[in-house]
Design a binder for this molecule. Structure first.
Ligand code: NAD
Length: 499
């Protein structure tokens, strides 16, 4: 049986790439080949940018409420098909079906945010900045914007980007992850059916070469990237060197502090879900649990909580999490677990040998728990991106804060405590962008911004959600003098008014 090739979406048409370079898209639970994804040729990338450039000329003139109205319709259509999108998503990504539905829903929420564009795009005005002179500012779209997305949220992250960019009047070229391109393809099909003009959204597939070509392209004005830290740095450096506006959301190492006065059961449940949910492949997953003082006695119960987690494919209803995205990802996680053992961390639960009877070919790794981890170990320094939780023991909150603040990443963090003063101190002193208090994964809804700090974000505007409007627009300030009846007031002004 021949495997279907994922089409490109250029100038309102789904067409097959002429490229001979392709990669298989496999179901991570059984290696069944679902499709082949082409690595687009340069000419095809050019066609996508060209189509976006010419669509921009007319799309930017479409009134903002009309643009928003199309997004109301898109949101409705996405909702109608959310289960179908989630099915495609879980099959190619390996997430449980419930988790995949959450991925799609989080994306739909961003589309809802885009529907508010007329209010969000309001500028500012001040009357009488000087006599008979008023100033106002308008937000105007930039032109062709590019999005480059990772494999772990194939619905939500593309939807973080193109709806906000497009509703502002820009046009868009998306280069989704080559590991699960069928979900963004489905989003584009629904977008097309909704009735957006051709060229407003384009999708090209590929990897490094296609990304590099896009971020240097003279007609591209802004680049929005989400992915691993090394690639984020590369995209940020190259894009800004080519004078693009760039925002790059990167990797993470998220800590959760357990204070001895916390609710033990709540801590254990939260840690199990936040470390192993989605097989640990979330940029906001908790990968380090920092146990303060007496709370260290709970580590042994944490092992029992992790042991109870069930693995399965997206078809298995009771599964807590599924396989890793690829064999290569599994190999990498296993080698880090091995390194952890060699470097002297104490392994309390080892998921390396996990075998699924039902899905013997799946890229599964069982829940893994390390104790007595120190900040010099590779498992602490590197983002593992697997179902692996590290326990670090400290004496007090001061020591816990020092550990977190020294870590180069700053995406998310959390504290579990009943003490108001500990929570307040943590919130105030921690050098991390997204902070949970008795919440393990503090992801804000899209009317806030996604605010990673330090090496978890490169750029100057956290342009998801609220601030996306600022990232995807240019401010134009207009100063107007309104002539008065009295001709004497029209005399030339040779000095700056100091009054
Ligand atoms: P990745 O960096 O491997 O890939 C991301 C994108 O970049 C893909 O589209 C890929 O094709 C492209 N790419 C890969 N290598 C490239 C290269 N050398 N040059 C140019 N482009 C390249 O990331 P991934 O494995 O798909 O996703 C997981 C990573 O994403 C994790 O590190 C995770 O923490 C991070 N992530 C961060 C956030 C956030 O908001 N901070 C959200 C989700 C995921």
């Amino acid at each position: 049986m021949s495997v279907k090739s994922v089409p490109l979406f250029i100038d309102g048409k789904f067409s097959h790439s002429l490229s001979e370079e392709t990669r298989e898209v496999a179901d991570p639970s059984n290696q069944e080949i679902l499709a082949r994804v082409p690595f687009a040729k340069k000419e095809e990338v050019n066609q996508a940018v060209q189509s976006a450039s010419s669509a921009f000329l007319t799309w930017k003139e479409v009134p903002v409420p009309e643009r928003a109205r199309l997004f109301f319709e898109y949101q409705k259509n996405l909702k109608k098909e959310q289960d179908e999108i989630a099915k495609i998503l879980s099959q190619e990504n390996g997430k449980t079906f419930e988790d995949a539905k959450g991925d799609v829903w989080r994306g739909i929420e961003v589309v809802e945010q885009a529907c508010h564009a007329p209010a969000l795009m309001m500028g500012e005005t001040v009357e009488n900045v000087s006599r008979s002179i008023d100033t106002c500012s308008y937000l105007q779209p930039l032109g062709v914007c590019v999005g480059i997305t990772p494999f772990n949220f194939p619905a939500m992250i593309p939807l973080w980007m193109f709806p906000m960019a497009i509703v502002c009047g820009n046009t868009f070229v998306l280069k989704p992850s080559e590991q699960d391109p069928l979900t963004p393809h489905k989003l584009a099909e629904i977008f097309d059916k909704t009735g957006f003009p051709k060229g407003v959204l384009n999708i090209i597939h590929g990897g490094r070469e296609q990304v590099d070509y896009l971020i240097k392209h003279p007609d591209v004005k802004a680049v929005s990237f989400v992915g691993s830290a090394p690639v984020a740095q590369h995209v940020y450096r190259t894009g800004t060197q080519h004078l693009k506006r760039v925002q790059a959301f990167a990797g993470a190492k998220n800590h959760l502090i357990v204070m001895p006065d916390a609710d033990k059961e709540q801590v254990l449940q939260s840690l199990a879900g936040a470390s192993c949910g989605a097989a640990g492949q979330r940029c906001m997953a908790i990968s380090v649990a920092v146990f303060v003082g007496e709370a260290q006695n709970w580590i042994i119960s944490l092992k029992e909580a992790l042991k109870r987690l069930k693995l399965g494919s997206w078809k298995d209803k009771g599964a807590h999490y599924g396989p890793l995205i690829s064999r290569a990802a599994k190999k990498r996680v296993l080698s880090l677990i091995e390194k952890g053992k060699q470097e002297g961390a104490e392994i309390l639960l080892d998921g390396s040998d996990y075998r699924s009877e039902k899905w013997p070919k799946g890229n599964f790794v069982g829940p893994t728990l390390f104790d007595k981890v120190s900040s010099e170990m590779s498992i602490y320094k590197e983002e593992i991106f697997g179902p692996v939780l590290l326990c670090v023991r400290v004496q007090d909150l001061t020591e816990a804060l020092e550990l977190i603040n020294k870590n180069p990443y700053g995406n998310g963090t959390s504290i579990f405590t009943r003490s108001g003063s500990a929570a307040r101190r943590f919130r105030h002193e921690v050098e991390v962008g997204q902070v949970g208090i008795n919440i393990p994964i503090p992801v804000p809804l899209p009317f806030f911004s996604f605010t990673g700090w330090k090496h978890s974000f490169f750029g100057d505007q956290h342009a998801y959600g609220k601030q996306a409007i600022r990232f995807f627009t240019e401010t134009k300030t207009v100063i107007s003098r309104w002539f008065q009846e009295d001709p004497k007031s029209r005399k030339p002004n040779m000095t700056i008014s100091m009054k």
